[in-house]
Ligand binder design. Sequence first.
Ligand code: CU
Length: 662
Amino acid sequence: MPELNFKPPVKRRGKPFFMLLATLMALLITSSPVTVSAFSRWRHNRMINSYEYKSQYGYWETLTLPEEFKLNSIHAAVLPTGKILLIAGSGNNQQNFNTWHNEGLISVLKTVVFDPSTNHIKLVDTPSDLFCAGHTLMQSGNLLIAGGTSGYELLPDKIVKPAGPMVIHNENPDDQVRTFKKGTIFTRPDGKQYQSVQEVVLEPAHKEDRGRGDVTIHASSTKVFVEALGEDDSFLSSTNEQYAVSGLTGIDTQNIYGQGGPMSRNKQDFRGDNKAYEFDPITETYVKVGDMKESRWYASLPVLTNGEILAVSGLDNTGIITETTEWYDTTAKTWSWGPNMALPTYPALFRTQNPDVLFYSGSSAGYGPADKGRLPGFWNVRTNEFTGVGGLRDLDILETSASVVLPPPKGSNNGTQSNKVMVAGGGGIGESELVTNRVDIIDLLASNPQFTPAADLPEALRYVNLTVTPWDEVFGTGGTADYRSKGNSYSYSSFSYNPTSNTYTQMADAEVGRGYHSGSLLLRDGRILVFGNDPLYSDKDNTTPGIFEQRLEIYTPPQFFRGQRPELAGPQSMEAARGASLNFTSPQNSTIKSARLIPPSSSTHVTNLEQRSVAAVVSHINHEVKIDLPADVNVLPNGWYMLFVVDADGRSSYAKMIHIVR
Ligand code: CU
């Protein structure tokens, strides 16, 4: 696979003085609007590149990847090596999907590994269409990626052949596991035939023996999407009927059958895939693991304190939202059914101080009925009890909102942890014009947890990207006022939210608009990477189809331009135990005021659920800085963390990668 080091674009600099003089002369002579705008652009560039501006508002750098590495970045993750994984899969490009699906050409499915410290970039083989998969960093340091796309959305005007969902049943408990290839034919009682669009696997029936000859057979089943062989209306049906499955003989024809319908030319939603992989950050390859039991498109993968991972929500392989969940066994690399729960796609689920309980903030990204799974609350995944919480405003404007666990109190060094979740912005369900600037915060450890209002976002936004920083603020950027940036409704402004003072500080404007299919990540060096954007239209009048934004943009905060950042000597990566003390020498020893552990996180669809900042405690002994790690497993579970030390001006170090192993 090709790889190279590329040079980022030369930064825009101020012109020499004689050119400035020439420009001013030209302006004095002819003051046409064009000249004025060129002049103001020049003046703007000169301003944003000035020390005064950068050291107050920070600085954005736009990165255009070399041609063969360009991709529609929809998924991104920081790996324990500090490198960035960017995944497009088919990249919301149906042509790519068709090429892969029909010709098996995987080069149209894209993944790159990018090292932001060297600008080294490398293409990686993508084994299946990971577009809209779920992903999360496992405690081992591998990135689990589950699901993706097995079919693209089709609108009624593009649908020729009637199609619909089919459930294949098997009533024989003594049968073997069967695979039904893509193209398997299903025949309706009236002789009309349909073929499957995916390969599926069917288990034998389950025999339940209660003793004394009391045996019950539970038929097994699997879902598949089928398409009529013909185009005329006789293939339509409004009812559910029994279908014969081709290729069966003898008793199998009675035991195995399809139950299908309705067959229609209605809109077909995206269909999920059941493939799963662990991305190995050392070999930089995808390693196939067991298929999920359910296909999932837009699933969340929360990690529990003990390292177990639950796949939640998503559209199944027939395009219907699933209420099933399943556990990933990180040792056996296989899946087993979890508790059923109706939640919209990419639900925002957070680990809590109770190892059996996840908190659902109400944020989600894209699909699901309005009347199910929209209320925030605590979900005990062992008992499947859900306890709702009150206080969250604009409950009907939560789709594409952002949720994060807030950082510890600003600059604190006493080990106080934050257990507060913030919900910001959002839009109405689907292609809705509703949008809000609401920000509500809940303290998960309060005796009666309720959301309470915080200071509003500077503007009403969907898809705002929130990133938790080592200097105990939340950096916000991007977002649009309308669904999928309709009407070019981008916000280019950025802010830093200080939860301790409940205030926003305006930061430098980004160059690139970011909305649907965008995300942000905290890099190991303390900068913030923003990727993706997938507008419906590219013009204000919503007439020209949108183009996927392939440029990346990296933000450097203002304090990094103000004097020396703290540095820690010693190895860049190490194992450690909870409760341990780590000693480092540092030339800036006395300036270091706090230490934070932030996991390398992953982001997609403005959803980044594993980012959280854990407070460690700093003390100074002789010429060393001592960092005491929390001892509580619910505060610091096993896994990888970026350890940052921070000075009084919020300048953070380049992070040490710490693997908590016990
Ligand atoms: Cu998507």
